[in-house]
Design a protein around this ligand. Structure first.
Ligand code: PHE
Length: 452
């Protein structure tokens, strides 16, 4: 049932672009810079790189492989690939379902800030290089309950509208067109930022590690970011893998996506940190960081207001690609398992997210006093999903592939039934997935949560 009537990506290039569309998003432009800033710079970046290469990439390969093998949503996939009597593995899919809703609850809020900054760029309200004025402008947005909520709802309506168009049309078309432009604008920003007086301090912050700053909490956040960045541990890549064609080279495609995604993040870092130091901002400002620095850099350029608006439009588009892929997890589960039409499944999912999103959007205004473990709802949703659910999902997927699914099956699937010459590579992937990834994530998780 799940196997038939499924829309798929129509070309191998389309697969690459759509997968990249899921990976590249606010994670690169907003989360990577702000986390690098709050976690001490280069040391964090180093751990993040290691987590991405040694854990993220192999997890991405096996996740995509499982989805393509089962050609089903994140829950059904485990029913198809797990041996008889081991239906419990489908819990991974349900965890992904919850993680998708939690992530969307705060992600759509940040996307709302981006939308509103498109208009603020043009009105001149945010055109300042002064740290105080920039902080006031941002606070004006997030501390206003009505505008926070309305922008989030606008984002959810736009995204919901696109997803009802279906996989290949909706996702591919949006993702394909505008990504290269964002890359070019980031390059322009880097050029400007690097030529500001005092820019070099930003570069050394980003690239000269201070190992004393790498605490267990920093390591957990870096691992969480690696999962979040590549959309792993929650069924997104699994669901996207289910739309891959049988002859797609999964190891090659995922490696390209990882490298491209990393370049976008690094470019964002180089665009931001030199300016942070040049203009006297605080690198550890938190989620507001890019909302202050990007306007500052554009303001110091001729024609800045217009370019700034274009930049925020492109970032909004990138965020749509990521949100479509987040929504795809619950929508595929609901429509394939409960016989709901895609439109109804999308509408239901969006309504749930809108409800869950209320405390997140009000976390700096009406609901500011409501905290758990010292975190407001926005930070709590982020922490729970990125730092707990995704790494946990990653461990379980690795344990499943490494200890239940096994090497012969993995070899068969990742080599496209022996048509690709990549046996050595697959063995390395298997080793990483069987031992290195689950062990390192488990230690990082327990240590980061202060359980050991
Ligand atoms: N990878 C996306 C980004 O960086 C976010 C995302 C996380 C998308 C998990 C899907 C699943 O913006």
């Amino acid at each position: 049932m799940a196997q038939s009537n499924r829309d798929g990506f129509t070309s191998s290039f389309g697969v690459l672009v759509a997968t990249l569309g899921s990976a590249v998003g606010l994670g690169n432009i907003w989360k990577f810079p702000f986390l690098t800033g709050t976690n001490g710079g280069a040391g964090f970046l180093l751990v993040y790189l290691a987590a991405t290469m040694l854990v993220g990439l192999p997890v991405m390969m096996v996740e995509t492989m499982l989805g393509r093998t089962a050609r089903a949503n994140a829950v059904t996939t485990f029913e198809v690939v797990a041996p008889p009597g081991q239906g419990c593995w489908k819990g991974i899919g349900w965890m992904g379902f919850s993680a998708a809703l939690l992530i969307m609850a705060f992600y759509s809020e940040v996307a709302g800030w981006i939308y509103s900054y498109v208009f603020k760029s043009l009105s001149g309200e945010i055109a300042t290089v002064d740290p105080k004025a920039a902080a006031t402008a941002f606070a004006g947005l997030v501390s206003d309950p009505v505008s926070s909520l309305v922008w989030q709802w606008v984002v959810l309506c736009v995204t919901g509208g696109i997803i009802t168009l279906g996989v290949s049309k909706g996702i591919e078309a949006v993702a394909r067109k505008l990504m290269p432009l964002l890359f070019v604008l980031l390059l322009v920003l880097c050029g400007r930022s690097l030529t500001l007086p005092g820019a070099m301090r930003g570069l050394s912050f980003l690239f000269e590690p201070d190992f004393s700053k790498i605490t267990s909490g920093v390591v957990l956040t870096a691992f969480g970011l690696a999962f979040f960045k590549l959309s792993l541990g929650m069924g997104t890549m699994l669901t996207y893998g289910s739309y891959f064609q049988g002859d797609q080279n999964i190891p090659a495609t995922t490696t390209r996506v990882m490298l491209a995604d990393l370049s976008v993040s690094l470019l964002a870092g180089v665009a931001i940190f030199p300016a942070v130091f040049a203009f006297g901002f605080e690198p550890a400002a938190g989620p507001s960081l890019v909302f202050m620095i990007i306007p500052a850099v554009f303001t110091s350029m001729p024609g800045g207001a217009l370019f700034m608006a274009v930049f925020f439009v492109l970032t909004a588009v990138a965020s749509i690609g990521a949100m479509l892929s987040l929504l795809e997890v619950p929508v595929a589960i609901l429509s394939e398992r409960y016989g709901m039409g895609r439109k109804r499944a999308s509408a239901l999912t969006i309504v749930c997210i809108a409800v869950l999103g209320v405390p997140a959007s009000l976390s700096q205004s009406l609901a500011a006093k409501f905290t758990i473990f010292g975190l407001n709802s926005f930070d709590l949703f982020d922490f729970l999903s990125s730092n707990i659910l995704l790494p946990l999902g990653g461990i379980l997927i690795c344990l499943f592939v490494g200890w239940v699914y096994g090497l012969p099956e993995l070899e068969k699937r990742l080599s496209n039934e022996g048509t690709l010459e990549n046996r050595r590579l697959i063995r390395v992937v298997f080793f990483l997935v069987r031992y290195v990834a689950p062990l390192s994530i488990a230690i990082v998780l327990l240590n980061g949560l202060k359980l050991i």
